[in-house]
Structures are given as structure tokens and as C-alpha cells.
Design a protein around this ligand. Structure first.
Ligand code: PBG
Ligand code: ZN
Length: 320
């Protein structure tokens, strides 16, 4: 007879639940919101079914629902009313992002607000920093990112999430926040952000595609793993509180390696292209959406993610 039979502990759902190694919870999730100017705007994003452009009033209503569902946090992205060479609407306190942060903080104070800090939605050229010719100038961009981070903290953000991939931005943002006494505002850095085709639907949604070239001079080459560990090491040394890896599904090897190596929380971003693939196949009846989403999100957690930023968050919470 076989002495060890792994199937013994798979006999029924209670046994399986009792020994389950990974338990996904709504408390692990962050829902991204896209805010726009105007009032009573709620427009579905074609390449991201179920996700909407929301004016501030509707963003507040959705934030109430998100909080009631038990989701602990939202991440705010915005479409500004004007764009220029340096992306100055990114630190305009009257812009949709800053107004949404303040309004959500006021009506749903317990909800954690993450502010995405980047310039690509705000620059006329769609790059994530200040240009010098066709080159994104690293150190000049840091000064602008500091302004964006401080403006979002002033509006009421709890966590600042820089997604630009400039070198040294975590330290620069930490300094700027501390100087304004925002020493309790955390930094969740997009430490490992690959130059990925999975961002396609987001760039439609955020109107943030680069007008020339690509982002490969600042976002990482997806062929590299050891470089990811270096990026993590740098960001932790600069003061990052949470380390994020992005995208998620094709990069779970990176999540696992980072999780093994560091003693700080790890986040993954389940990005727009990953979401759109699930939505499109589900709409065709080719997969079971609930099962696939649960499997994907559980895999991210099993790989070592403590936090998952996902457009599926509201659906997942409603299915429970
Ligand atoms: C801005 C930013 C991007 C995403 C998050 N912040 C796009 C990009 O870098 O081109 C992508 C998110 C998604 O695809 O869901 N830098
Ligand atoms: Zn950007």
C-alpha cells in the first residue's frame, strides 16, 4: 500500500479549506479609479469593460461603495483639463486628482487613498518626465515629481505611488514630503515596472500614450530579473515602504524572488491588459470569469504579493 497519499487531504471542501496555504481576501485589494473633470460623468472605458471615467462626485459615490464592500484602498489616476510640456496640471490643486483625493478623504475617511505620481497623463508629449530633446531628463523630472507628490499629500493622500521609473525618485519624494511634515505619508514605489504591452488599455483610458518613441529608456526590459532585484534594493534604501511589481501575471517569478529576499510588503499591479484579456474571453463565453479571476489573484498572492492592485476588486468583493 502507498504510505503517503496527498489525495487524503483533498477529500472535501472543509479539509481543503483547513490546509489551504493561501487565502485571498478583499483586504488584499486596491481598486484603481480614473477621475475626470465635470459633474455626473460616468463613462465606461471601451477597452476596460466595467471600469469608468468618473467625475469627482461619482468617484466619491463609488468610494463609499468600495469601502462598504470591505476593500481597504483606492488608487487615483486622473485625466487633466490641460496638458503642457512639463505636465504642470499634475500638481494643480484644482485638477481632478487633487479634488477627488480631498473629496474622498472627507466623505470616506477610513478608505486608504493611494495617489499615482507620474507625468505622462499631463504632458503634451505623453512621456513620464521633462524632455531634453527626445530624452527624458532624469534629475529635472525629480523636481516635478516632488511637486506632484506634495500636492497629493496636501489633498489628503495616505500613500504616494511613483510610477515614472526615474532614478532616485523615491529619495527625492521622501525628502519633499518630510520637508512639508508629511512624514506619515507612505511611499509605495513602482520599483519594478517593465516596459510592457500590457499597459495598452490603460493608455487609452488615461490618454497617456507617448507621442513619439516608447518608454524603454526608463521602464525595465522584460527580459531582466536580476536588474529587478537591484531596483528593489535601491528603492528600499531610498525609503520605499511598499515595493510594487508590475505587471503581475507574466512576472510572478519576479514577485516570488522579491518576496523571498525582502522584509517589507510587496504589491503587484494586475494591469489593464491582463484585465482586458480576462474580460474579453469571458464575454465570449470561453472562460468562467469568477473562477479565472479567483485563480489569477490567488496565484499572485501565492507568489508572495501582500497587496494586489486590480480592476477586478469590486467584482471580486461582490462575488463573495
Ligand atoms: C503611468 C502608469 C501606467 C500604468 C500605471 N501608471 C502606464 C504606463 O506606464 O504606460 C499602467 C496601468 C495599467 O496598465 O493598468 N506611468
Ligand atoms: Zn508615466
Amino acid at each position: 500500500m502507498l504510505k503517503f497519499r496527498p489525495r487524503r487531504l483533498r477529500l472535501n471542501e472543509n479539509l481543503r479549506a483547513m490546509i489551504r496555504e493561501t487565502n485571498l481576501s478583499v483586504k488584499d485589494l486596491i481598486y484603481p479609479l480614473f477621475v475626470v473633470a465635470g459633474e455626473n460623468v460616468r463613462e465606461e472605458i471601451p477597452s476596460m469593460p466595467g471600469c469608468c471615467h468618473l467625475s469627482v462626485d461619482n468617484a466619491v459615490e463609488l468610494a463609499k461603495k468600495i469601502s462598504a464592500l470591505g476593500i481597504p484602498a483606492v488608487e487615483i489616476f486622473g485625466l487633466p483639463e490641460y496638458k503642457d510640456e512639463i505636465g504642470s496640471s499634475a500638481w494643480d490643486m484644482k485638477s481632478p486628482v487633487q479634488r477627488a483625493i480631498a473629496a474622498i478623504k472627507k466623505s470616506v475617511p477610513e478608505l486608504v487613498i493611494v495617489g499615482d505620481v507620474c507625468l505622462c497623463q499631463y504632458t503634451s508629449h505623453g512621456h513620464c518626465g521633462k524632455l531634453c530633446g527626445h530624452y527624458v531628463d532624469n534629475d529635472e523630472t525629480l523636481k516635478l515629481l516632488q511637486k506632484v507628490a506634495v500636492s497629493q499629500a496636501q489633498a489628503g493622500a495616505d500613500i504616494i505611488a511613483p510610477s515614472d521609473m526615474m532614478d532616485g525618485r523615491v529619495a527625492a519624494i521622501r525628502d519633499a514630503l518630510d520637508e512639508k511634515n508629511f512624514f506619515n505619508v507612505s511611499i509605495m514605489s513602482y520599483a519594478v515596472k517593465y516596459a510592457s504591452a500590457y499597459y495598452g488599455p490603460f493608455r487609452d483610458a488615461a490618454d497617456s500614450a507617448p507621442q513619439f518613441g516608447d518608454r524603454k529608456q526608463y521602464q525595465m526590459d522584460f527580459a531582466n530579473a536580476r536588474e529587478a532585484l537591484k531596483e528593489v534594493e535601491l528603492d528600499l534604501a531610498e525609503g520605499a515602504d511598499i515595493i510594487m511589481i508590475k505587471p503581475a501575471l507574466a512576472y510572478l517569478d519576479i514577485v516570488s524572488r522579491v518576496h523571498e529576499r525582502i522584509n517589507r510588503p510587496v504589491a503587484v499591479y494586475n494591469v489593464s491588459g491582463e484585465y482586458a484579456m480576462v474580460k474579453a474571453t469571458a464575454a465570449n463565453g470561453w472562460i468562467d470569469e469568477k473562477k479565472i479571476v479567483t485563480e489569477n489573484l490567488t496565484a499572485m498572492k501565492r507568489a508572495g504579493a501582500d497587496v494586489i492592485i486590480t480592476y477586478h476588486a469590486i467584482d471580486f468583493a461582490e462575488w463573495l
